[in-house]
Structure formats: C-alpha cells, structure tokens
Design a protein around this ligand. Structure first.
Ligand code: IMP
Length: 428
C-alpha cells in the first residue's frame, strides 16, 4: 500500500467514516475533502471532547493541514460558522492549515428555497437534508454557479449573481413563491468575501506539491456508494459521486487514482431519507438496532431506518466505488443477537439474482434471500485484537470476506478511537 488512502462509504452514509478518517489522519500529513457539502455530518470524540464537522476535514483536529477540494459545494455561512465553532472549541482553523479550492462552487440561500420547493412538489420526496446541495450542483453543471474565486472579482460577480438569481426567480415566480433580490445576495457575498478569500487556493497545485514531497495524503469521502448519483438507488440519492474516482476529480490530484481505497460498511445497514432498502427491518428488531447503534442522523437528527447487511449491494458498492479492502464498523451493535441474517441476493419473480435490479418496478419485486449465521451473544465492545473476538464473530467477518471476495482490513468495536482491530495498515 502507498502514500495515498481514500475512505468511501459502501452503504447509504453514516457508516462511521468519521472515526476511520480520524484514526488514519494520525498517520497522514494532509487530509482532503473531495465531495458533498454540509449535508455530511461527522461526530468525533477526540480526547474526550465531542466535535461535529460537516465541511472541514477531520485531520484538522490532529493538527494536520486540510484541503477542501473543488468537488465540495460550500455554503459560505455554514463554513464560517463551523470554523468559528471549531476554533472556539480549541482547534484553530486559519489559512495556514486550511486551503479551499478556488474552483469550488457556492451553496446559496436561493438553493435551499429551490430545494424546498422541489421536495414539496415531488410525488415521492427524496428526503434530502434540505441544505441546498442538489440545486447548487445543478447550477455547477448548468455553468451558472458562483465559485470561490468569483468572490475576488466584484464586477463580474455582480453579473453572475444576476444571472443565477434570474434563473431561479423565473421558477419561483411560476410556483407563486417569494423571489430573491440579487442585490441582497451580492451584498452578502461581498461582506463574506474578506473572510473566505484568504483560504482560496489552487488545490491541484497544492496537492501535487504535497504528493511530490512524498506526503501521506488521506481523502475523506462524504455520503456513500448507494447515495451516488450514478451508482446509487436513483433518484433517492445525493447529487454527486461518492466513488473513489471522485477523489481525483474533486481534489484535482489525478494521481489519487493510485490510492488504496477503503470501503467502510456497518456490520448491518441503515438509511436516512426515502428510497429502497431491501433488508430494512420493521418493528422490534429494527428498533433494537436503532437503539443499540444510536441510529439518529448527526446532521438532521432524523431516526435512521435499520436492517441487515446486504451483501449483494455491498458487492456492487465495492465494484462501483473501487474499494480494495473493507472496514467493518459497529460490530458490537450485533452483540445481543442469537442469529444474524446476511442478504446474499434477491428472488425476483421466482428467479434468484445476486445483483440488485436497476428499475424501480423490478426493485419493488425483489425479495431478499438470506443466509442465517449464529450470533455470538457476548460483548465485543472495545475488543482490539482478532484473537479476542468470539469465534462466531470471526466467522461472520470471514463469511463477509468470502461472499464479497474482498479482505476486511479493519474492524471498529466502539465509538472510541482506539477500539479498533487493525488487520492491515492502509498507509504503506
Ligand atoms: P442531499 O444530499 O441533501 O440532496 O440528500 C439526498 C439523500 O442523501 C437523502 O436521502 C439524504 O438523507 C442523503 N444524505 C446526504 N448526505 C448524507 C450523509 O452524510 N449521510 C447520510 N445520508 C446522507
């Protein structure tokens, strides 16, 4: 393994990527965000102190410089509020330890309004985080977005704000909703600019230089493969890519494509928001997982839907995301169960398939096929060595490796940073 590691989620987010990034950032020289925005939410416990991050790379908490790449969409108010909050907690964030790609696009209040209107009009709402991420990314590909670099050029910024607001106002007007005043938006951006611009950098050059120096670079993915706009359960997905390839595109370090890719998966499955979830457990068993796993959204506080590990979807995420090895998290949540189910495929109109179908109609027909394995019914909480794991837990993990043809390199056994079983160090 080399000097670059990418961490990506294999399920619907909330796999515990924050803890894994936190552990690995101790071995890294620089930590990079490359996708998503403040729809992501990481809760970390470092030295007994709780930290909530949404946009800032976790490595900052360990004194490691961070980069927010061009693939991240940035709400400038959310960014500054987070910087202020983290600085007040004792971790000083400044342009000396944080660079933000000048090419990154901004999430603006108009995006939240448009998103709320879109959700309200959908027959089946997606259940977005309501942060305006989707409409901001639509503006990016529509080539009318405001980028960080634009804040330095008031004349052209004014023209760009006019164009962007005119685009959205036409729709808001059509829907009978309040319109936005471009002058107010411009004044707001110009007021924020002096605090944001010192962070602006050419992330590709900064990262290329770091790579040339042989620095160890950690790429911190947000969201996850089943929320990926191309490979997830569309349309119940986020509006960007969560695959390892996005680390190269969303940071500008093309060489990220040679990184070791860690796919993070819970030992079971959860989902927030609407959309297909074939192994979802209703009733008591779902409640048990939610309660034992404290499954409530970091960002929005919504209860998460809970269910069994879906190996068929995990195989898909490994392949589409490009994961080389797996990290299993929250193993201890399964400790009390007498038996555990693993979904190995689906029965669709009487036929067994080991892949999840793409169309909504076929998905509605897909019944999970389960393999049942014995539980261990003893605590694995805080275990730090493979040999200390109950044999049934070892067998569960080995079965996941066999069924996915992918090695498990780390196992997390509690929220505490040191409660990890490390079978292979991802940084070489
Ligand atoms: P959006 O990213 O706010 O547009 O939301 C689209 C879908 O992705 C919704 O189902 C959200 O709940 C989900 N989502 C977005 N970010 C995260 C995350 O960081 N963790 C879990 N789910 C997320």
């Amino acid at each position: 393994m080399g000097n670059k590691v990418i961490v990506i989620g294999m399920q619907w987010g909330d796999e515990g990527k924050g803890k894994i990034v936190d552990v690995l950032s101790q071995h890294a020289d620089r930590v990079v965000r490359f996708n998503g925005g403040h729809n992501a939410g990481h809760t970390l416990v470092v030295n007994g102190q709780k930290w909530k991050l949404a946009l800032l790379p976790c490595g900052l908490l360990h004194g490691k410089p961070g980069v927010i790449g061009n693939g991240v969409v940035i709400d400038p108010h959310a960014l500054l509020a987070e910087i202020d909050r983290i600085t007040a907690q004792g971790c000083v964030v400044s342009p000396a330890n944080l660079g933000i790609s000048a090419n990154a696009v901004l999430v603006l209040p108009v995006h939240r309004a448009v998103e709320a209107a879109d959700e309200a009009r959908r027959a089946q709402p997606i259940g977005t985080t309501g942060r305006g991420i989707g409409p901001a990314l639509e503006d990016k590909v529509g080539r009318r977005a405001i980028r960080i670099a634009d804040l330095a050029e008031p004349d052209t910024l004014s023209m760009k704000v006019d164009e962007l607001v005119a685009h959205h106002n036409a729709r808001l007007r059509g829907l009978g909703l309040p319109e936005f005043d471009p002058a107010v938006l411009l004044a707001d951006l110009l007021a924020l600019a002096p605090r944001i611009l010192p962070y602006a950098t050419s992330s590709w050059q900064q990262l290329d230089a770091a790579d040339q120096r042989g620095e160890r670079i950690l790429f911190e993915g947000a969201q996850a493969m089943l929320l990926d706009v191309d490979h997830g359960t569309y349309p119940f997905v986020t509006s960007s890519n969560a695959a390892a390839g996005q680390a190269a595109i969303g940071s500008g370090l093309g060489a990220a494509s040679s990184a070791h890719v860690l796919g993070i998966s819970k030992a079971y499955a959860t989902r927030v928001g609407a959309g297909p979830f074939p192994t979802e457990l209703a009733g008591e068993q779902g409640d048990l997982l939610r309660q034992r796993g404290a499954e409530y959204g970091t960002n929005t506080g919504r209860p998460r839907r809970c269910g069994w590990l879906d190996i068929a979807l995990l195989r898909q995420s490994i392949k589409t995301g490009g994961a080389h090895s797996l990290v299993l998290t929250k193993l201890d949540v399964l400790d009390t169960l007498a038996e555990i189910r693993i979904c190995t495929g689906y029965r669709i109109h009487g036929e067994i398939s080991d892949a999840y179908p793409g169309s909504a109609a076929a998905q509605a027909q897909a019944e999970p096929v389960y393999e049942v394995v014995p539980g261990w019914q003893q605590s694995t909480m805080g275990i730090r060595s493979w040999d200390a794991l109950p044999v049934a837990a070892q067998n569960y993990i080995r079965r996941i490796e066999t069924l996915t043809a992918t090695p498990v390199s780390m196992i997390s056994t509690s929220p505490e940073r040191d409660d990890m079983i490390v079978l292979a160090q991802p940084f070489g």
